[in-house]
Design a protein around this ligand. Structure first.
Ligand code: PHE
Length: 343
């Protein structure tokens, strides 16, 4: 009997220290101590070995032990249920979900996509290139050698630790890079951000966006250039808009022209947006200069091509009725979220 009492004492300590959590832990406890082959049952079985005069006392001790074990089991069960509830409440499916802000496309991206998609329908594919460029791809290959006066109009930012690198002034660098690959014919549009060392105001910034285009093949003529751009204007601004070409000068095209459309606001009557001319200048264009083709190892006797380039900011200002170019880059959400849903 002494031995049995000692044994019970050991079990008590074991039970007190029992700390396996969760429903599984409680069930394991039940099987070990209270199950049909458990410890309480087997101690009951020892009853028959206890001398008759001690049976009452032992019975009392055993009952206490059983009660103690059952209490412990109940508290383990309760803890397990609490844990389960906490776990369940962590994923309360009846709660309304957290709102994920969707954002909206930037008006410059929307305008760029619009321009690009019109040319894509004509079979142009999109080409991209680096914003940090070397002198060759931004200037020299485009027939703008060092000290050429036309470089003045495209002053830019140089990397001070290595002045051989600069921030591109137009996306024409992409056209050079694509021509250098040597795969012809070539029909590409080149969207991207460009930089110029200019005073920042409501009308100009030190960086802006362009979409330029290039088509090189045998027998490409100025008529192809005009037809392509007429189509573009019609798709972009509608049938009523008038178009005119003015002779111009770019070192990389010959002949060169600037294309104007009749003012979208005053329809040609004259207003402060078109500076009372009735016309808005929207792009520069021309036939690719033979020297540029030669710089890219293209036979200028066999191949000809046209190129054009336009800014994205100006049409976006006009379309969305914005009067300050700086708003595009201030990242003010109150400004940007107004364009949700406008394609
Ligand atoms: N690269 C010229 C610019 O940024 C635009 C242009 C491109 C003009 C192609 C003619 C032909 O000013």
């Amino acid at each position: 009997m002494e031995q049995l009492l000692q044994q019970i004492e050991v079990y008590r300590r074991e039970i007190e220290a029992y700390n396996t959590n969760g429903a599984d832990g409680a069930e394991q406890f039940r099987i070990t101590y209270l199950g049909s082959k458990g410890i309480v049952k087997s101690l009951m079985g020892e009853m028959k070995q206890v001398p008759a005069e001690k049976k009452k006392e032992f019975g009392q001790i055993l009952n206490d032990f059983k009660q103690f074990t059952e209490d412990r089991y109940n508290s383990l069960k309760e803890n397990a249920a609490d844990d389960k509830q906490v776990a369940a409440s962590a994923i309360d499916l009846s709660l309304p979900g957290d709102e994920i802000p969707v954002g909206s496309r930037h008006p410059i991206s929307m305008m760029r996509n619009r321009i690009v998609s019109i040319f894509q329908r004509l079979g142009f594919s999109v080409a991209e290139g680096p914003e940090i460029e070397d002198d060759w791809h931004n200037f020299t290959a485009l027939n703008l050698p060092e000290h050429h006066p036309a470089r003045d109009m495209q002053d830019t930012f140089y990397i001070s630790t290595n002045p051989a690198w600069l921030l591109r002034t137009h996306t024409s660098n992409i056209q050079i890079r694509e021509m250098e690959k040597g795969k012809l014919p070539l029909r590409i549009v080149c969207p991207g951000r460009v930089y110029r060392n200019e005073t920042i105001s409501a009308r100009s910034h030190c960086f802006f966006h362009q979409v330029e285009g290039l088509y090189i093949d045998e027998n490409v003529s100025f008529a192809d250039l005009k037809q392509t751009l007429y189509f573009f204007v019609k798709e972009m601004y509608g049938d009523d808009v008038k178009v005119r070409f003015r002779p111009s000068y770019f070192p990389f095209t010959e002949p060169s022209a600037e294309m104007d459309i009749s003012c979208l606001l005053c329809k040609g009557a004259g207003c402060n947006v078109c500076k009372y001319t009735g016309w808005l200048e929207i792009l520069g264009c021309g036939m690719v200069h033979p020297k540029v083709l030669e710089h890219c190892n293209i036979d200028s006797e066999k191949y000809t091509g046209f190129a054009f380039g336009m800014g994205v900011e100006r049409p976006a200002l006009l379309k969305y009725g914005i009067n300050d170019i700086r708003l595009f880059s201030e990242n003010d959400v109150r400004f940007l979220k107004q364009f949700t849903g406008i394609v």
